[in-house]
Design a protein. Structure first.
Length: 118
């Protein structure tokens, strides 16, 4: 993560990590990520951003706590070395486009509003 992100107030949700954290302005919280994020979202007047695990982000989406999904596309085809699909096992969502931009002439950053598919 970039220098800007490292200097933002951060909440680390973990059942494994023990403090202290080597991260400026970071708070370590033990517990259920959905409960922690719901509380933070209710109390915060600034947008929250998650760089957490895939399973945590799937749980946040399923709990309707995600307002935007940002997808960065790196142009590569990797059938021999690729990892599992990031949303495997998650709920189905329709994605409403909000914004798109090209970062370096070939890498795309796409932002969507997730809407639970019923």
């Amino acid at each position: 993560m970039g220098h800007q992100v490292r200097n933002l107030p951060t909440t680390v949700v973990s059942t494994i990590i023990k403090g202290p954290l080597d991260w400026p302005d970071a708070t370590l919280v033990s517990g259920n990520a959905v409960d922690v994020v719901a509380k933070l979202k209710a109390e915060s007047n600034v947008p929250l951003r998650s760089h957490g695990s895939l399973s945590m982000n799937r749980a946040l989406m399923a709990a309707a706590l995600v307002d935007r999904v940002q997808v960065t596309l790196f142009p590569a085809i990797t059938p021999q070395n690729g990892q599992e699909p990031i949303f495997r096992g998650g709920a189905d969502f329709d994605l409403e486009p909000i914004e798109s931009r090209t970062l370096d002439g070939r890498t795309l950053e796409l932002t969507y509003r997730p809407i639970l598919h019923v």
